[in-house]
Design a protein around this ligand. Sequence first.
Ligand code: BES
Ligand code: MN
Ligand code: ZN
Length: 487
Amino acid sequence: MIIPVFGKMEKAPNNTTVGLGRGASIAVKAAAASDTISGKPGESLSVWTEGCTVIFVGVGDKEKLTHKGARDAGAKCLAKLSKDLGTKIVVRFTTGWKTANMAAFAEGMILRDYSFDKYQKKDEDGQDKGEWSLECQAHDRHLEALGAAVTKAGSIATGVHLARDLANEPANRLYPDEYGRRALEWAEGKENVEVEVWDYARLQKEGMQGVIAVGKGSIRKPCMVFFRLNPDTQEGEQVPCIVGKGITFDTGGISIKPSQGMWDMKYDMHGSATVFGLFQALWATGYEGRVNGITCMAENMPSAEAYRPGDVIDTYSGKTIEIFSTDAEGRNVLSDGLWKAAELDPSYIVDLATLTGACVVALGHEASGLWSNDDKLRDRIHEAGNAVDELAWPMPLLPAFEKEMTSSKFADVRNGGKGRWGGANTAAAFLKQFVQEREGEDGEKSQIPWAHLDIAGTAWGADTNACVAHGGTGVHVRTLHLLITQD
Ligand code: BES
Ligand code: MN
Ligand code: ZN
């Protein structure tokens, strides 16, 4: 039994010992009143009683507790629990807790309850200890809202965990066609979802030369995956389209990367993992609106068939790209994905990509970079990110960067800047060249609202993220779920 307690606790809060035996109650009350716990964040105290271990967890000042504070406390608490003591968790919220903070605490526990051990032998004692079960106890007046919030958090978390699963898969096991196979398998038996995979032959037929150029150097050929939720509703209405970079491994290609750290490039498909996880989250929460998703899947390898620096490639848009670095491959595949997205006449387009090391230099692991051609869309994503504590930080989409990226002497667009400065911004300016215009109600042509999230720093390696132990984070499944469902 977990009892989260606020700072400056002097005695056990009301209801702490309801249901415990007399002896146990005395021991638990004495422990709570002692100096060993006062309720500071990070403090905890376990008291053994027969049949139930009571664990006090400090969350700090009641007035200062934020959703993030509550969520992180729940996550850290779960991380410390051992299934050796049983798998039944009861969280008992005592007086003073707000519904939203209780829900956040439970959400933190649920998000943190994740591991990726499918390729490891089971423990020596061989026993599967089973799944945790979670019961939240609170005053009656909270129960209905709390129950609904925790159920919803659990449904969204299935999408976050799916995104992490995909991200954590090594590249020898998850390559473009395998991602497509999993998407088709996921759609099977779900009445309101549709998945379509364009294989290598289809990409050639359609002229998706951006994706093809990047993927053709690998024996694992590229593909594009289309996700459609509720395809038969909102006919003729504009709905969101989410696009993901899905490089299942990024060696850099002929512009090969140094070997140090290259293993992390299995995560270079996290944009596509987020798209897949988002559709799971929307489906699991019963979202009734129509949504489109597109993922651009390729493995970036050096080989006799690989594309090279200096190449001028065609793209689906009709624009040509001069390749300066085969390692700037994410933008090449996204050029086709973004152009295609516009054909679906979307209300807005959001792309997600582990696009640049420069973004990690700028923002570390604390925030994704956020660029947009539309102030309202940028604000909405920024606010959705803040609301779920997946920060998306506004970055500049300056005309000078666009000018730089369209200054190729041999093609329409160049895939690298003139130098390395502002590398995350030049990448965003490149992508903007592939967002189509359309006629508005006023008869004026303007670009479709579009936003780009560079998740290079937030997709993995975010050690300060209490809701993740290690590996892929599933970042922005929750942000985009909120963005889309609040429409
Ligand atoms: N996938 C990488 C970006 C990346 C690097 C993400 C490190 C996370 C950690 C991307 O494809 C890439 O290689 N970008 C180049 C672009 C450059 C060649 C213009 C980069 O950032 O160095
Ligand atoms: Mn690269
Ligand atoms: Zn990459």
